[in-house]
Design a protein around this ligand. Sequence first.
Ligand code: AP5
Length: 186
Amino acid sequence: MRLVLLGPPGSGKGTQAARLKEKLGVPHISTGDLLRAEVAAGTELGKQAQEVMARGELVSDDILLGMLESRLGRDDVAGGFILDGYPRNLAQAEQLDVMLADRPLDAVVEFVVDTEAVVERLLRRAEIEGRSDDTADVIRHRIEVYHENTAPLVDHYRGRGLLLEVDAMGQIDDVTERTLAALENA
Ligand code: AP5
């Protein structure tokens, strides 16, 4: 199963991917996690990405392309993967198509949420984890960036017959069940 998860910050992409990877038996690839690992390791790429991420902007397509090509070239993705956080704009979606020319996507799940509820979720996470981009202003900006750059991908993938909309409000277990049911029925 080659799956992309779409949805605004706080919609539960990371939370659900961690559960779906067990059920589907494929790795979870989070571009946010890959970038945060580069920042933590103090690499050149991490230094370039750090400030951009702290502002809630998108890191350059070139950096993401290099990271993804390398990750999707590893053996563990032979049976599929769950992509969380990529693609984030039309250019990245086109680059992904090229990377997956001989193994196209099976489905794209959009997690549909209420904006105020996700702001609350992320402010709660800020108290626990202290992620540098989980401040009230940056959270709102990340949501704007999502609507401007990433939301158009919903129509893009709907037009290709790949989109599955999932209500991502309510209990985490219920969202997992709804996602698995949507994938089964697809
Ligand atoms: P990234 O790490 O991808 O952040 P994001 O998209 O803002 O997503 P989040 O991790 O905030 O939310 P999520 O939807 O995964 O929700 P989660 O499960 O964590 O990206 C960070 C930055 O990296 C970007 O801003 C950008 O700068 C850069 N970047 C990454 N990819 C890029 C790309 N492709 N191109 C360019 N730049 C890129 O849940 C959030 C919280 O809610 C958690 O505390 C969780 O426990 C809780 N929660 C989850 N589900 C529920 C529920 N049903 N009910 C109650 N609480 C819930």
